[in-house]
Design a protein around this ligand. Structure first.
Ligand SMILES: *[C@@H]1O[C@H](CO)[C@@H](O)[C@H](O)[C@H]1NC(C)=O
Ligand SMILES: *[C@@H]1O[C@H](CO)[C@@H](O)[C@H](O)[C@H]1NC(C)=O
Ligand SMILES: *[C@@H]1O[C@H](CO)[C@@H](O)[C@H](O)[C@H]1NC(C)=O
Ligand SMILES: *[C@@H]1O[C@H](CO)[C@@H](O)[C@H](O)[C@H]1NC(C)=O
Ligand SMILES: *[C@@H]1O[C@H](CO)[C@@H](O)[C@H](O)[C@H]1NC(C)=O
Ligand SMILES: *[C@@H]1O[C@H](CO)[C@@H](O)[C@H](O)[C@H]1NC(C)=O
Length: 814
């Protein structure tokens, strides 16, 4: 009897029924330190108490690949809401450990560490998978050390908050979780924006959605948080606690009865969705609202390809999402990415000598309501359809001509922001090569360009027919074009592999914790002094068996008791990665020995470069000015915690091997400010000639203090003069650079300001623009100063610069 029971079908049925249930019942969401899971389809993920969310390895469609992620566990879709390790899939046998000192640690099957949640050592007590979808690492004193909600990927969930400066990235495609081209950001100025970006440098292009929650006249009206509350509503909260709804008030899907998520889709549309908790087979995530209204026409910046890739045409579908297609004569650069760029299937340009017979070679496809609004190079007015077409066909630069009314715009490759929409209200004449080669090309998009086996036979016949009918030259052309396309493809492929590699190493690098002894050895007993600053002395050293030269900064003023703050600040600095910042490599924190180890900059400070014997070239100076501005945009708006530098001056800008400007000493202000009053701080931070007025009055210290200092620095870069120079007879008016520069500007004496620097004077427009930007930056009223992002755009000439008022002359008293 005893032996018989296990074979009883009812028992087996009960066992099967109870087994999954008992696993769910055993979890209370807590994950003990020392627990691990392996990517193998067998290990149970870490479940939240109610089992709504799971954290673990989610098998991907591709066999034996898994994604470290959090997903909605109960619903059939098992929708992924967060992913680790930058969305890179891992192979079977990879392991996730919950460790005491680094929190979550992901390693490959060979045991090599791939990713970890904490960049500096700490003391984790346990992990917790909350039913809200937030996975947290908790220290024994109940402080949350890490939260998935604070490190979002492409999705926000109810109870999640995005702070000022926060950002989420789209995926690259539906199935590739790497960071894509689109961003959803809450800027420091209070605006919530959607924008495209350059994928390699993260440079943000113009926004295609702006919430308008920035009030320059009264900052307390500006936004500073995006809140997704527990009832399923999303809104922007302003500093004076006003609520600006994102979710429409009429939303009828309360979170008690529905699951929610808000995702920046891979195609750039941000959407909030609901999913009834009483789901059945056919239930799907349904949109509640989305932004922008029409991504195809709302993206219109001069840089970047638009919603689709270059030369592609975007059309909004019934779900308010973009579809992309290549025009006739063009095909996808990457056949697997229908949202990517299109390449012409024929040689474009002016290389051929058959320009005379252009009309015999080329023809047009007429596209209704289609346009590529940027990319113009000529405009013909008035022009008829015939004139417009003729002008384009005989112009080897012309890729497409647009006719609207009696205006004809000629456009060149690559074409960007392509759209098909009734708002265009015009016709496009797309030029393509008429030769019968096109018959041999597969129709765009439906077939991948390397022919698939089934159609091979068919094409073979066509090639044969084509070559017989048209003679061998056409056939040779075809072979050549094929070879060229293959070449392009290989180059492209190689590039994408390389760029992926690049990203990778950046992710894995971490701060190293040095012992005091190691640094004594590295610096040969602190022998060679490189300089000294507000924080202490900087020494030259070498690590990694002498192979890597470093600069070791001995901090002598950090408040000793602030153990935790030191770690936090160092961690914040360690997470910054930008080509215009000096990179922190590691630190030492042993009793009174506190040191920071930076990469070594071979070309010294900007001060010695600018004020040295020979005047550097204007072109080099403008590049340096732009570099510093970009570095500051990053510190103010793009890194995870806003960093105000507080001491921008040429001594704190270093030059690397290629004379790129690199900002140093950032992130240290907080270490010194602890326990100190503002006036006190001002005597330490900030340097005479570079400090903004608000250090001395009651205005709050914001990122605008850096803008002021940057303005002074920009004047120094323009004029190669120090902000406060020594008094010389006959030059009294030049002593305070800010005053003198304003005088020169008002009197139109730019040549005096640059001391007849011919290179600068020949670049008058830019010189004038730079000077005006500098004067905007040094306005006494912080709200009149632009943000660093605006400064960058003005310097680049992307946005107009208004004529600035000269600031009331603020003389320094100290
Ligand atoms: C979960 O259970 C563990 C032991 O089984 C216990 O230590 C922990 O406090 C529980 N956590 C919660 C949130 O109830
Ligand atoms: C889970 O999240 C809710 C909502 O944010 C919070 O109130 C609760 O304290 C969290 N639970 C734990 C154990 O952290
Ligand atoms: C995702 O895209 C990147 C960039 O194109 C590529 O390097 C990577 O291999 C892709 N990942 C997957 C899983 O296909
Ligand atoms: C800013 O606006 C709030 C109301 O929105 C108002 O109470 C406050 O006085 C204003 N502050 C200034 C400086 O105008
Ligand atoms: C789910 O769908 C399948 C096929 O689509 C159907 O056979 C099955 O009965 C459905 N189940 C429920 C619970 O509706
Ligand atoms: C396209 O995807 C298929 C299957 O995922 C893959 O085998 C092929 O190499 C991909 N082609 C390119 C050009 O990436």
């Amino acid at each position: 009897m005893v032996c018989a029971i296990p074979h009883h079908p009812l028992f087996l049925f009960l066992l099967l029924f109870l087994l999954p249930f008992s696993i769910v019942a055993r979890t209370n969401g807590t994950v003990d330190v020392g627990t691990s899971i392996t990517a193998n389809n067998k290990d149970t993920p870490w479940l939240s108490p109610e089992g709504v969310f799971a954290f673990g390895f989610k098998p991907l469609e591709e066999k034996n690949l898994f994604l470290l992620s959090i997903w909605y566990h109960q619903i059939p879709d098992q929708t992924i809401v967060w992913y680790g390790y930058d969305g890179v899939p891992v192979s079977i046998g990879s392991k996730l450990d919950l460790t005491v000192d680094r929190g979550l640690v992901l390693s490959d099957p060979q045991g090599n560490e791939l990713w970890k949640s904490l960049t500096i050592l700490d003391n984790v007590a346990y992990g917790f998978m909350n039913d809200t979808g937030n996975f947290v690492l908790v220290r024994s004193d109940s402080v949350n050390l890490w939260e998935s909600f604070k490190n979002p990927t492409d999705t926000m969930l109810p109870t999640q908050i995005m702070e000022s400066g926060g950002v989420i990235f789209s995926r690259l495609s539906e199935t590739n979780f790497s960071q894509g081209r689109f961003q959803f950001r809450l800027l420091q100025d209070g605006n919530l924006v959607l924008n495209t970006r350059d994928i390699t440098t993260n440079f943000a292009y113009d926004a295609y959605y702006i919430s308008g929650t920035y009030d320059p006249s009264n900052l307390s009206n500006s936004g500073y948080r995006v809140i997704f509350d527990d009832t399923g509503f999303m809104y922007i909260l302003t500093r004076n606690n006003r609520r600006i709804d994102l979710t429409p008030r009429s939303m009828l899907f309360p979170a008690t009865e529905n699951f929610h998520r808000a995702t920046l889709n891979f195609d750039g549309v941000f959407t909030q969705y609901y999913y009834p908790k009483t789901f059945d087979n056919g239930t799907k995530w349904t949109p509640i609202w989305s932004q922008p209204d029409n991504i195809c026409v709302d993206i219109r910046g001069t840089e970047g390809s638009g919603a689709c890739g270059f030369n592609s045409i975007c059309k909004l579908n019934d779900y308010k999402r973009p579809d992309c297609k290549c025009p006739r004569g063009y095909s996808l650069l990457d056949p697997n990415n229908t949202y990517g760029s299109c390449k012409p299937n024929f040689a474009q340009g002016c290389l051929e000598n058959d320009i005379n017979s252009a009309e015999a070679i080329y023809d047009f496809e007429t596209l209704i309501d289609t346009d590529w609004p940027t990319s113009d190079y000529e405009q013909l007015v008035p022009a008829t359809e015939t004139q417009c077409k003729r002008s384009c066909i005989n112009d080897c630069f012309c890729a497409v001509a647009i006719l609207r009314g009696d205006s004809c715009w000629k456009k060149k490759l690559p074409l960007s922001n392509g759209r098909e929409d009734s708002v265009v209200n015009g016709k496009a004449f797309m030029k393509f090569r008429k030769s019968n080669l096109l018959l041999l090309q597969p129709p765009p998009r439906t077939l991948p360009s390397p022919p698939v086996p089934e159609t091979k036979k068919n094409q073979g016949t066509l090639i044969l027919v084509g070559s017989v009918l048209l003679g061998s030259s056409v056939f040779i052309n075809f072979v050549l074009i094929g070879a060229v396309c293959l070449g392009f493809f290989l180059i492209y492929h190689k590039k994408s592999i390389e760029s992926h590699h690049g990203n990778h190493s950046a992710v894995e690098t971490n701060l190293r914790c040095f012992t005091y002894k190691e640094l004594v050895e590295a610096t040969n007993g602190f022998k060679e002094e490189l300089g000294s600053g507000a924080f202490g002395i900087v020494y030259k050293g070498a690590i990694q068996m002498g192979s890597r030269v470093v600069a070791v900064k001995k901090l002598d003023r950090v408040v000793q008791e602030k153990e935790k703050e030191f770690k936090t600040e160092v961690n914040v600095i360690g997470q910054t990665h930008h080509k215009n910042l000096v990179r922190l490599l590691g630190f030492c924190d042993e009793g009174q020995h506190r040191m920071l180890v930076y990469e070594f900059m071979s070309n010294g400070t900007l001060a010695s470069f600018l004020f040295g014997k020979t005047k550097p070239s204007w072109n080099q100076r403008t590049q340096i000015a732009l570099g510093i501005a970009r570095g500051l945009v990053y510190l103010h708006e793009e890194c995870s915690t806003q960093i105000i530098h507080c001491d921008i001056k040429p001594q704190n800008i270093l030059l690397d091997d290629c004379y790129n400007a690199r900002i140093s000493d950032f992130g240290l202000a907080k270490l010194l400010m602890l326990n100190q009053s503002k006036i006190n701080t001002a005597t330490i931070r900030g340097t005479k000639g570079y400090v903004a007025a608000e250090w001395f009055n009651s205005n709050p210290i914001t990122a605008k203090v850096d803008v002021y200092s940057y303005g002074v620095l920009l004047l120094e870069i323009i004029s190669c003069r120090k902000s406060v120079s020594d008094l010389e007879v006959g030059e009294e008016e030049k002593v305070i650079l800010t005053d003198w520069a304003c005088d020169c500007f008002q009197e139109g004496k730019l040549d005096t300001l640059v001391e007849n620097d011919m290179e600068a004077l020949n670049d008058w427009k830019r010189l004038e623009r730079f000077l005006m930007v500098a004067i905007w930056c040094i306005q006494e009223d912080p709200s009149l100063r632009p943000t660093m992002r605006k400064v960058t755009q003005m310097l680049e000439g992307v946005v107009e610069v208004d004529v600035p008022p000269c600031p009331s002359q603020f003389s320094f008293t100290s």
